[in-house]
Design a protein around this ligand. Structure first.
Ligand code: T4K
Length: 386
């Protein structure tokens, strides 16, 4: 009988931000100190915007101070004020952005395979006020982009994607932002690529560019003219400097995460009741999260019990996305489809620690702890008598 693994001496969180070498960031700061340009679309901003466009393989990109405002202002720039069909299985920022833009979220169930909005359920939810579909590429697993495009064309709807988790994801060699009218990426500290806080939108219609620029800078056109009621959503020079340096270590971070994800998925495939949620073969993985689905009957423990038990080993996994956004009190009156798949996912999915600096032996230990918990749960006399 294998000995029980010991708890980690220090807490292991779901993620730990990657950082470039401090000296490299300091060299960037020296330039900023010299120039005294700290914000308002300075040289670092323009450099990063161009670099992001190249990295995402998308010709038209605008930077913002976070992903939430990038999404909100994109919806505003597109003039969307009616209903937007979206998923409840997402971070609160997605429906909030719709609401903040002055439109109305309508919740549509998800596909059990992708955990993204289910195209088969979208058409029944389209009403006279529906103007757009906002899909989320959950954990970097893409929505069924082709089916969504067909529905949108048929009904004259705009398509916006929340790709907060899908930086650099490609589908059959096509960049994820080549689908839909606009795609938002988050550059929050917890993301594979980050600018501490930040985000961007990649958009298709070049006419949207000037409006996005105005909206992120108070609607100011020049010293004499303010064209619209914009806000302050600019990314400052220090954060852009961080982004420039982060791009330099992106490949290394991706390699480390890929190794860990492979380790997890191989080891966990041996463990009954834990299904790793991985993108299909034609999709290049964004490597943002290591999400597993817990089948209580086979694993011997519910997702919530596993989440709680892992804390005793100093492992702080996350229940992304629980609770469902459609369950927030203030969204209770919004239109919705039957949400049974979303509800199931919200009670079964758990994100395990994944970040480049996580040592391989720590990931192995997490796997051993999971195996130990499974063994203990399934050996319980209570279970045998059920
Ligand atoms: N759409 C989707 C689908 C999203 O997932 C998100 C953000 C957005 C839109 C909005 O994008 P932004 O406006 O944020 O750009 C975190 C992130 O704050 C959030 O950006 C992200 N999604 C979400 C999935 O995860 P929390 O509430 O889980 O964060 P927190 O502070 O609990 O961090 C998680 C763990 O990371 C901590 O346990 C420890 C570690 N951590 C975190 C931070 C901030 C660190 O080690 N250092 C740090 O500085 O939301």
């Amino acid at each position: 009988m294998r000995a029980a693994p010991s708890p980690f001496p220090q807490p292991i969180f779901v993620t730990r931000p990657t950082l470039p070498a401090k000296e490299r960031f300091i060299a960037q700061l020296d330039e900023i100190w010299e120039s005294r340009i700290l914000s308002n679309q300075g040289p670092k901003h323009d450099q990063l915007e161009a670099l992001i466009g190249r990295t995402l393989k998308h010709p038209q990109v605008k930077l913002f101070c976070n992903g939430t405002l990038a999404l909100t202002l994109t919806l505003q720039a597109m003039g969307i004020k009616g209903e937007v069909l979206t998923t409840p299985f997402t971070f609160p920022a997605t429906p909030h952005a719709i609401q903040l833009a002055g439109a109305r979220p309508v919740f549509c169930d998800i596909d059990a395979r992708t955990l993204c909005i289910d195209p088969a359920k979208i058409e029944a939810m389209i009403g006279p006020d529906t103007e757009a579909i906002l899909g989320v590429h959950v954990y970097g697993i893409p929505c069924d982009v082709e089916a969504i495009e067909l529905i949108a064309k048929k009904h004259g709807l705009k398509v916006i994607y929340d790709a907060a988790h899908a930086f650099m994801t490609e589908v059959g060699g096509r960049p994820i932002s080549s689908f839909g009218d606009a795609t938002m990426f988050s550059f929050h500290a917890t993301k594979l690529f980050h600018t501490v806080e930040g985000g961007c939108v990649a958009y298709r219609d070049s006419a949207l560019g000037p409006t996005l620029s105005l909206l992120r800078n108070f609607g100011i056109l020049n010293e004499d003219t303010v064209l619209l009621a914009g806000t302050n959503a600019k990314l400052n020079e220090l954060q852009c400097a961080m982004g420039i340096e982060m791009l330099g270590i992106l490949d290394e971070e991706r390699r480390a995460r890929a190794r860990l994800k492979e380790l997890y998925s191989e080891a966990l495939s041996e463990l009954p009741g834990l299904e790793c949620l991985l993108p299909p073969a034609e999709v290049s993985d964004s490597l943002q999260y290591m999400a597993v689905r817990v089948n209580e009957a086979d694993f011997g423990m519910s997702r919530d019990d596993l989440y709680a038990a892992l804390k005793d080993w100093n492992i702080f996994s996350r229940r992304y996305f629980h609770p469902l956004c459609s369950d927030f009190e203030f969204y209770r009156n919004l239109r919705r489809s039957d949400l049974s798949e979303a509800r199931r996912a919200a009670t079964e999915v758990l994100c395990l620690p994944l970040y480049g600096e996580l040592p391989v032996d720590a990931a192995e230990r997490i796997v051993h702890i999971l195996a130990h918990l499974h063994r203990s749960a399934t050996a319980s006399p209570l279970r045998a008598s059920n």
